[in-house]
Write a protein that binds this ligand. Structure first.
Ligand SMILES: Cc1cc2nc3c(=O)[nH]c(=O)nc-3n(C[C@H](O)[C@H](O)[C@H](O)COP(=O)(O)O)c2cc1C
Length: 741
């Protein structure tokens, strides 16, 4: 609801608000410019009587003196029967320049007030001010929710992209925008009679005046008693008319002054209501408060960017908001999927899961977590897919889940699986999923496996989770959802190094450089780089689809963006469509591909010892990690190939890395040489050294084929046994990472 209240008015009003904001920015600097050009006497330095005397000395035909809240003093006079108006110096009364209000500023003011449309336009502007007020208030609550509460509102904002820029800008500008919107709404409401207008202090003309000989203006007591800085307006009596009076208006009130006695007549102070109204106008215009004007102007300056990023966020949410039908009813469903989502991306994953379960013959019921039923009589598995929001909190479609869970009755044998969607950059990574997992366990449900945490919508992690769950359920669960298919870019092969042909394992190191294109307008506006290429690290993935096939294959990257090229290590598979295509490339050939981040497979930073294990082409990302180890942290590589003469991938580079200590130790095993050993054998041979490293907190990264990885994890379980640990435990601590295919 809050989000709808924020989104729709924002979208409708964005264009008109841009007009209001742009004109507001222009008008906001006027008080500061006026203030900079005005001479302001010190308080108590001169009275209105002094000011009038000095002005009259230079302008004998003075009819009126006006002082703006910014301090500009204007005299209206008549000379040789011609009316004139000049800006004057209040200290000397001398003219500075003819007073010529800017026609451009008048036009801007009219555009700001009424879109140049009189009352209809004023009503529209008033409506927009109210809308802006709603946007500011709903936005403040959304921001507080995003930050995990009001107390955290000033903390650094996590996240990325337009949503983060929108939140940063909004936090900076909200007070200024709120003030402009509130005062603007008030002024419109008063103008259209929705709020009472406080009567202005308008004293009635005095019934009696002394009618005596006019005294010099400098001697009139009522004018001597008022400081010049308090003056708003002094209208002079009609010349040679002793029955006329001075009309005086100050910041405090209004009255008349007898031109002979100097007595103040019919004085009326401003009412509190009038003062309030006056302040509301000043707070809106910054008149007389030049610094406030500038603050309001800076806040208004953010409106175009807020509109742009707001529309982007709205569009992203819309394009990911395709929900599913509920599918099977609660009564008959044998699988239930509950979804916790704030920004809708989790629904895309849920849809894929639901489709694939349906394909496997399951009757699936899918609903928001807030719709948790009291019972699912036929269900044997409950999936909970949830994101985390705020500071480890529930997303909006799960806000009621924990309360509803208290009344939930699980049928016997109901198993559950929690899949968390989050972002590793947040300190409480997938915290809400962990909380839900603990709550379901405490209800007596059986956990299928530990919570899996998906980082930044990783399609790979989701696919791997699906494989594991499918295996458990005895069905094929080939999950393919990818929330943001990456934009492809063109790459040119610059170098290839071939290995392994003699041992029937053709493997090539392929090095590409991105082909630079001209950026289109959208890329410029959204700060995209020329080649569509995001920043990447070794271990991230390069996606390529072979000609005539839309499905991309993913290859682990052996280089990072700072290397200026994209390096992959590819083994040619028998009948492999994509690996065959890549192996057919010659330097100068071009291909298109994309980069997908894989933050779940990176070595921990700092002095933590790193154990790298791989076989065959799995060495690619591992070689990339070693290349980047310029801090010379302890790094050990265990790698298995076929024959040292034929497929010892990266042999020259590894020699250099050992020499310059980027690599601390290298252990190899070759299956088609005299030793006939696999990488697991090299690991076993080094068992006690590895155990010591693990005791020191080492992290293990494994890359290569699935069979090799499962062999390695078994070997590690045996190595860890004397430490009363196992691979699962290391995995849960983020100390055992795998990139397998
Ligand atoms: C304001 C905000 C706060 C977030 N807080 C967390 C958090 O505390 N922990 C976390 O792991 N992810 C956090 N995330 C990341 C989201 O959980 C992640 O992007 C998720 O994929 C969003 O899924 P949804 O669009 O279905 O809500 C946050 C994201 C945003 C925008």
């Amino acid at each position: 609801m809050l989000r709808k209240l924020h989104g729709w008015p924002g979208l409708v009003a964005a264009l008109l608000l841009l007009v209001l904001a742009t004109t507001g920015v222009i008008l906001s600097v006027v008080p500061a410019i006026e203030r900079a050009g005005a001479t302001i006497p010190a308080t108590g330095q001169i009275s209105v009587a002094d000011l009038a005397e000095r002005v009259v000395a230079h302008y004998p035909g003075t009819e009126q003196i006006e002082r703006s809240l910014s301090g500009e003093v204007v005299v209206y006079y008549s000379r040789d029967r011609q009316p004139g108006a000049d800006l004057v110096n209040p200290l000397t009364g001398e003219g500075i320049a003819p007073y010529q209000p800017s026609a451009f500023l008048r036009w801007v003011k009219n555009l700001h007030r009424s879109f140049l449309l009189d009352d209809a336009g004023r009503m529209l502007a008033g409506g927009l001010a109210v809308m802006m007020l709603l946007l500011c208030l709903s936005g403040m609550f959304l921001l507080a929710r995003r930050m995990g509460g009001w107390k955290a509102i000033l903390k650094p904002i996590a996240g990325s992209g337009s949503s983060r820029i929108h939140a940063e800008l909004a936090r900076f500008a909200v007070i200024g925008l709120l003030l402009s919107a509130l005062t603007g709404s008030y002024m419109s409401a008063v103008r259209f009679g929705l709020l009472p207008e406080a009567a202005a202090a308008e004293p009635s003309f005095p019934a009696e005046v002394s009618g005596g000989t006019p005294a010099p203006v400098s001697s009139l007591l009522a004018l001597k008693n008022v400081d010049a800085n308090e003056l708003r307006e002094l209208v002079f009596p009609y010349p040679n008319d002793p029955s006329d009076v001075y009309s005086l208006s100050t910041t405090q009130g209004s009255g008349f002054v007898d031109q002979a006695t100097g007595e103040l007549l019919q004085y009326q102070p401003r009412s509190t209501g009038n003062q309030f109204q006056h302040w509301m106008i000043r707070l809106h215009t910054g008149e007389g408060l030049w610094w406030l004007g500038l603050i309001l102007g800076m806040a208004a300056l953010t409106v175009p960017a807020l509109s742009f990023t707001g529309i982007q966020v709205w569009w992203q949410r819309r394009s990911t908001s395709v929900r599913l039908g509920e599918g099977a009813s609660i009564e008959v469903a044998d699988v239930v999927i509950l979804v916790g989502s704030e920004g809708n991306t989790t629904w895309g994953f849920a849809r894929d899961l639901q489709n694939k379960l349906n394909q496997a013959g399951k009757k699936v019921h899918c609903a928001p977590m807030n719709d948790l039923a009291k019972r699912y009589p036929q269900a044997s598995v409950l999936f909970v897919l949830t994101s985390t929001y705020g500071d480890g909190d529930a997303p909006s479609s799960a806000s009621q889940f924990m309360t509803r869970l208290e009344h939930f009755q699980a049928n016997d044998g109901l198993e559950f699986v929690v899949l968390g969607f989050g972002d590793q950059q947040f300190p409480k990574f997938c915290q809400y999923a962990l909380d839900v997992d603990a709550a379901l366990s405490s209800k007596g449900l059986q956990q299928v496996n530990l919570v899996t945490r998906i980082d930044r919508g990783s399609a790979i992690q989701f696919r791997e989770w699906g494989e594991a769950i499918g295996e458990h359920m005895g069905i094929s669960l080939a999950l393919t959802h990818n929330p943001a298919p990456a934009a492809t870019a063109e790459f040119e092969l610059v170098e290839r190094v071939d290995y392994g042909v003699a041992v029937n394992a053709p493997t090539s190191i392929l090095r590409f450089r991105p082909v630079q294109d001209r950026r289109n307008l959208w890329q410029v506006l959204s700060f995209r780089s020329r080649s569509n290429l995001p920043s990447f690290e070794a271990g991230d993935l390069f996606g390529v689809a072979p000609p005539g096939d839309n499905t991309a294959r993913l290859y682990s990257l052996a280089s990072s963006a700072s290397d200026g090229q994209l390096e992959i290590c590819v083994r040619k598979q028998t009948n492999g469509l994509c690996s065959g295509y890549l192996h057919s490339l010659e330097p100068g050939d071009r291909i298109s591909g994309f980069i997908q981040q894989n933050p779940g497979f990176r070595p921990a930073g700092g002095a933590t010892p790193i154990i790298l294990i791989g076989a065959g082409a799995g060495i690619g990302p591992l070689a990339g990690f070693i290349r980047k180890n310029t801090d010379r942290n302890p790094m050990y590589l265990y790698w298995g190939g076929r024959n040292p003469q034929s497929d010892f991938l990266y042999q020259p580079e590894l020699g250099c890395y050992l020499d310059d200590h980027r690599l601390t130790g290298l252990n190899t095993a070759f299956s088609r040489s005299a030793e006939k050993a696999y990488v697991q054998d090299a690991i076993i041979a080094d068992e006690s050294a590895l155990r010591q490293l693990i005791e020191k907190g080492a992290q293990v990264l494994v890359c290569g084929g699935r069979d090799m990885a499962s062999g390695v994890s078994q070997v590690f379980d045996s190595i860890l046994k004397p430490l009363h640990m196992d691979v699962d435990e290391l995995r849960a601590e983020g100390r055992y990472l795998e990139d397998v295919y």
